[in-house]
Design a protein around this ligand. Structure first.
Ligand code: PTJ
Length: 249
């Protein structure tokens, strides 16, 4: 049976839709082979979270929106899995907020760069950084392809949104003095722990939630946004998330 034959009423419809987007993304070189494995790990954590947005993710999304709106140069770092699962949401974030979009890949090949660029453009992303060779430079604290970033994007950013990021790179961004908004289903990952604000939720729920919070938070005063950030405690949020996956909450 192909995914197209599956009725939306199927109890596992959303989970199977994500698998479909990831495997189709793999066929088009958008998703790396390891992206399929990463997705499987995410699925396991999502299962433990009841496949729903928990209160700690809501609080983190609100703080993330406040941080993004307080930032001078916020960048959304897009990898293969994020592009395959949420291209419309990435386009909407670019449209409604000051966030710029950069392709930043762990398994970087020209073929994948082109495939992701085409996919994002097709879904309405206007400007895509990270693909023009003359604009790329290297983060000093990382080795090989992973350190390539856009001089007008991540290199110059004060805040980077990193969904499904590898731990080394997430920590390198923090060492470079950047604030990070992490989206990761595993609250124990080095990426999650290194985040300024960590949204422990599936990217397919976290980005629509972030869009909603960006709209709500944009209506607040600068003072009110500052208050949200001052009161936010990422360590406490991660503890709550860990309790949830361990079944204690
Ligand atoms: O496209 P590329 O080349 O940049 O490669 C992307 C992957 C994801 C392959 C690369 O960044 C990677 O290897 O990541 P890791 O180290 O496997 O980490 C992925 C993290 O994302 C894990 O902690 C997963 O639990 C989490 N994760 C997986 N799927 C989702 C997720 N978090 C949120 N939403 C998901 N759908």
């Amino acid at each position: 049976m192909s995914f197209k034959d599956l009725p939306p009423s199927h109890p596992r419809y959303h989970s199977l839709l994500m698998r479909h987007l990831i495997t189709e993304g793999g066929k088009k070189s958008i998703v790396a082979e390891s992206g399929l494995i990463a997705h499987g790990r995410g699925e396991a954590f999502d299962y433990l979270l009841g496949e729903e947005t928990k209160p700690f993710a809501l609080k983190a999304a609100e703080a993330a929106a406040a941080l993004i709106l307080e930032s001078e140069r916020p960048i959304l770092s897009v990898n293969g899995n994020a592009a395959a699962l949420c291209p419309d949401e990435i386009a909407e974030i670019e449209r409604i907020s000051p966030v710029a979009v950069e392709i930043n890949l762990f398994y970087r090949t020209p073929k994948r760069e082109r495939a992701i660029l085409k996919h994002l453009k097709k879904h309405g992303v206007k400007t895509v950084l990270g693909v023009k060779k003359s604009d790329t430079l290297r983060l000093s604290s990382l080795d090989h392809a992973r350190r390539i970033v856009d001089r007008n994007g991540i290199a110059a950013a004060d805040t980077v949104i990193v969904p499904l990021e590898d731990g080394d790179r997430a920590e390198a961004l923090v060492r470079e003095g950047k604030k990070t908004v992490v989206i990761d289903l595993n609250p124990l990952s080095r990426t999650a722990v290194s985040g300024t604000v960590t949204i422990v939720d599936n990217i397919t729920r976290a980005l629509p939630l972030l869009i909603r919070k960006l709209k709500e938070t944009a209506a607040l005063s600068e003072e009110e946004r500052r208050k949200i950030l001052d009161e936010y405690d990422n360590t406490a949020i991660l503890k709550e998330a860990e309790k949830a996956v361990r079944g204690i909450l």
